[in-house]
Design a protein around this ligand. Sequence first.
Ligand code: GCO
Ligand code: MG
Length: 403
Amino acid sequence: MLKIKDARVVVTCPGRNFVTLRIETADGLYGLGDATLNGRELAVVSYLADHVIPCLIGRDAHQIEDIWQYLYKGAYWRRGPVTMSAIAAVDMALWDIKAKAANMPLYQLLGGACRTGVMVYGHANGQTVEETVDEALKYQALGYKAVRLQSGVPGLPSTYGVSGDKMFYEPADGALPTENVWSTAKYMRTVPKLFEAARLALGDDVHLLHDVHHRLTPIEAGHLGKSLEPYRPFWLEDATPAENQEAFRLIRQHTTTPLAVGEVFNTIWDCKDLIQNQLIDYIRATVVHAGGITHLRRIANLADLYQVRTGCHGATDLSPVTMAAALHFDLSIPNFGVQEYMRHTAETDAVFPHAYSFKDGYLHPGDAPGLGVDLDEGLAAKYPYSRAFLPVNRLEDGTMYNW
Ligand code: GCO
Ligand code: MG
């Protein structure tokens, strides 16, 4: 038995907020779990500190599945981003402990490596099509095999995915939510031009991706997907708000562009119908927001039956602890597709020293025991929490819209 002696939550803001759970066992092992929920961080801190940690003390850290079921079923109020991020943090920390106890990198415990590295995609963005293509060329020169393209929309002052700082995009940018303005008509004119220019400049070998960020109706998404087909996109992400899984049937009827969705999903129940009806090609649920490695494996296993591959969310609001966990997971499953990789700043990397590394378009989790990521608590304490909201979005006439 590996008795859980103590657990605590560490909140730090090395440029952006991160919530980390640290679980300690009686024999001195410890594990880390990420519990960051962008813009709603303190809700998860309270969930963990007030409702989860008291139930963990004295339990056997080896019983990962039982503890998962205890926290999920035991709450009575199942699912939701706050609950599932808290459970994910516990799950990650317990896998970290188990792999340290086994003196193995986690991917070995998960069944061993199915590939030599994890293909990642980077984010190229710019105010104009030209600027975005220039950025994409830089990613290609860094060795990336896959690049996401997001460009400013003429006539709109700002939009999702386009930032001043090219390498370190961070959407949570205000102590109160910033207001963006949206026009589907203006947006729809820009994306095909962007893909045409990018395919021409980057050649045939690079995978090109795009994130719609939940902004279209199903028929608009079908139209966009169809208009991008000549440029062979790797995927079209979050084409419509995904609460209505049925919407994807309509998109599918109009385009063969592969569809990806799932960064806001928390459980297998959010994507069960999408997967079983083969309405998507990539499931983007990730370790931190979908109940940890234990639950994400269940989702990936279901997806594998239907030839749906994974494409885990990997924005900067997912801490290096999640990135490490995702890489061990990605390396070990048969139906891996691609991993999103937005680089963290040097300040964040210093707070979370880690064993994973990038080479020629692939990330590898490294071979340190456990997740291979640590938390420098002394340094973390120098960056106190600072409230930051994600933006909101309105149509040009002021109607509240999806961000
Ligand atoms: C992505 C996402 C992010 C989210 C962010 C919200 O595909 O990377 O859409 O950019 O907007 O994670 O916190
Ligand atoms: Mg996205």
